[in-house]
Design a protein around this ligand. Structure first.
Ligand code: NAD
Ligand code: 0WE
Length: 256
């Protein structure tokens, strides 16, 4: 008996086996969920499809969240195949590389728009498409944030601004969609070595310093995030909405 037996969950943001979204997918699969995945482009399709097939999933659809019609097409296809959905995982972000290394004051208008569009607005756009598919039974939406939303993390720059907008959107969506019995929450994860993090200069030192300072004296894993996602996406989180839950080995409680 799995906690997600018979539940249909859309997972956005798997790029490879190190993706946080894949850690969440594995946890959901273990608990019996039926899953659907997106891929950003054809190069990533070649990574995502075999991973999905390894857990018996054939629903793998293209969706670049910068294009409204691709979000429409994905949820249109899910409507046809599944009729309804129970949960959505939004685990994606993007900012121009140069905006994560230059002085923050140099952030361009275009760079700001790109980061906010892909990393924050997309949650609203996805929630809008999920709403009619969840309307009957209610549902749960989960996104991924980072401490850089609230505190200055060197070089996180415009991504921090985008995550602040994302966390605020979680609260506004939770207030709005509560009447449809849809919950909306975020996990604020500690740094994890994924594709999105691997291009960051100094990531190794950051991970070492994190594990020294965090109360649990280790780094956060995809499995840690997967475990908490089960709580927020499923019946154990039935009364929780609009929250940002830290999965950070305690790092953020420390003052010194
Ligand atoms: P990842 O590279 O595995 O995943 C990022 C995903 O974003 C990729 O699958 C990529 O295809 C997708 N993406 C980018 N632009 C897109 C677009 N236009 N349309 C659709 N998809 C797009 O890296 P990850 O670390 O697993 O990141 C997942 C989420 O976790 C992100 O929101 C990230 O900000 C967040 N997060 C990461 C860390 C970390 O240290 N790795 C910590 C906290 C939060
Ligand atoms: O949210 C993130 C990373 C998001 C991200 C990563 C990239 C790298 C490649 C968004 N856009 C891009 N664009 C690229 O071209 N994290 C929480 C991981 C992360 O990113 C950092 C961090 C940490 C931690 C950037 C600077 C400092 C720390």
């Amino acid at each position: 008996m799995g906690m997600f037996d018979g539940k249909k969950v859309v997972v956005l943001g798997v790029a490879n086996e190190r993706s946080i979204a894949w850690g969440i997918a594995e946890a959901l699969h273990r608990e019996g969920a039926e899953l659907a995945f997106n891929y950003l482009n054809e190069a990533l399709e070649r990574r995502v499809r075999p991973l999905a097939e390894s857990i018996g999933c054939k629903t793998v659809l293209p969706c670049d969240v910068q294009h409204e019609e691709q979000i429409d097409a994905m949820f249109g296809e899910l409507q046809k195949r599944w009729g309804s959905i129970d949960a959505v995982v939004h685990s994606l972000a993007y900012a121009e590389k140069e905006d994560l290394s230059k002085r923050f004051v140099e952030t361009s208008r275009q760079g700001f728009q790109t980061a906010l569009d892909i990393s924050a607005y997309s949650l609203i756009s996805v929630a809008k498409r999920a709403l009619p598919l969840m309307a009957e039974r209610g549902g749960s939406i989960l996104t991924l944030s980072y401490l850089g939303a609230e505190r200055v993390v060197p070089n996180y720059n415009v991504m921090g601004v985008a995550k602040a907008a994302l966390e605020s959107s979680v609260r506004y969506l939770a207030a709005d969609l509560g009447q449809n019995n849809i919950r909306v929450n975020a996990i604020s994860a500690g740094p994890i070595k994924t594709l999105a993090a691997s291009g960051i200069p100094g990531l190794r030192d950051m991970l070492t310093a994190f594990a020294e300072k965090a109360p649990l004296r280790r780094n956060v894993t995809q499995e840690d995030v997967g475990n908490t996602s089960l709580y927020l996406l499923g019946p154990l989180g039935s009364g929780v909405t609009g929250e940002v839950v830290y999965v950070d080995c305690g790092f953020s409680i420390m003052g010194f």
